[in-house]
Design a protein around this ligand. Sequence first.
Ligand SMILES: NC(=O)c1ccc[n+]([C@@H]2O[C@H](COP(=O)([O-])OP(=O)(O)OC[C@H]3O[C@@H](n4cnc5c(N)ncnc54)[C@H](O)[C@@H]3O)[C@@H](O)[C@H]2O)c1
Ligand SMILES: O=C(O)C(=O)C[C@@H](O)[C@H](O)[C@H](O)COP(=O)(O)O
Ligand SMILES: [Zn+2]
Length: 369
Amino acid sequence: MAVIPVALGGRSYEVRVESGLLADAATHCAPFLRKTRVPVITDENVAQHWREPVERSLAAAGHEARWHVLPAGERAKSWTELARTVDWLLSEEVERGDHILALGGGVVGDLTGFAAAILKRGCGFVQLPTTLLAQVDSSVGGKTAINTPAGKNLVGAFHQPSLVLADLDALGTLPQREMRAGFAEVIKYGILGDPEFFDWCERNGHAAISGDTDLLEQAVARSVAAKARIVAEDERETTGARALLNLGHTFGHALEAQTGFSDRLLHGEGVALGMVLAARYSARRGLIAPDDAARVATAIAAAGLQTEISTLGLTCTGTALADHMMHDKKMDAGTLPFILLRSIGAAFLDREVALIDVSAFLDEQLLAG
Ligand SMILES: NC(=O)c1ccc[n+]([C@@H]2O[C@H](COP(=O)([O-])OP(=O)(O)OC[C@H]3O[C@@H](n4cnc5c(N)ncnc54)[C@H](O)[C@@H]3O)[C@@H](O)[C@H]2O)c1
Ligand SMILES: O=C(O)C(=O)C[C@@H](O)[C@H](O)[C@H](O)COP(=O)(O)O
Ligand SMILES: [Zn+2]
């Protein structure tokens, strides 16, 4: 088992990465389970595959799992589902000292984490991530949120889990499209700060996405270690260090908003396109060699992900996409910092970007490819 510590003083916790963790969830979660009843939040797809082993493990330890099942997909990160979830937790008489289990992908984790942050001003939660994306990224670091009509993750809180169990077996039931989308966030760590890991992704991406467990364990453990380092340095995204984890997201979130947060474009797919755009825009600004931007696109294409926004069939202009960006949480006194590249493995926060120039660049990209 790989164990990665997330060092945050009194809020420190471990990320455990191995096969078989869900079937033994009660043992790992034991320090956090004070009562017979244990609230578990999941979604309708995850429940089909993973409810039973978790329920069995809890029952064997004398617990009764109490289930709240969300609709699957991004639409669950809404005021409506948040209110339903909090009302359900209240009806279950969950107390501040209790822990909620979040069994699912980033949607379940983000919504459950936010509900835990606001329930009685904050109770505990454990992340049981079942997608590649959630294992390598969303279950770690304590960003929790819902979407609103104005944009992505605009209402939320920083609230750290007490433990993360990344069970590699869960990836065995995950659709290939979701594996590819999750791998976008893996490649992200290479592009933003680790050229050697980017090489590794180029060499091993295809086999990892196809389900090679050894490679998946390496992908998850290395990604989590990279994220844990950054989160320990800048937990609340105040110094600029954590903002680098947003590489590709300013573009990606605008594309997600433009496609209505629908299955047309998954979060990881938006991030993949966003990273290609960030690399190409960096090349346009003369910050990186055009060959490096092309290499980013090639690695993303090799993972089976789209690299051209022209294929999305959007009828909007670059200005419409830039308008979505005005809601980005990185907006600071009227300027929007962008995460751009000096080379593969060297991302930085550029505060000198003019949105009008980004709009013109996006107009070209909407037609290209
Ligand atoms: N908090 C963070 O730091 C952070 C980081 C990255 C992404 N996110 C958020 O995460 C969300 C995306 O997460 P995601 O990609 O995991 O999406 P998701 O939670 O919607 O899961 C993807 C799909 O896979 C299904 N699924 C999940 N696990 C399964 C399994 N083991 N077997 C079969 N089906 C399974 C789900 O039901 C869903 O249909 C976005 O909302 C994004 O904003 C948050
Ligand atoms: O943990 C972070 O910090 C990230 O930025 C990770 C991203 O992959 C993730 O999608 C995050 O939710 C985006 O953050 P946001 O602050 O732009 O909503
Ligand atoms: Zn992301």
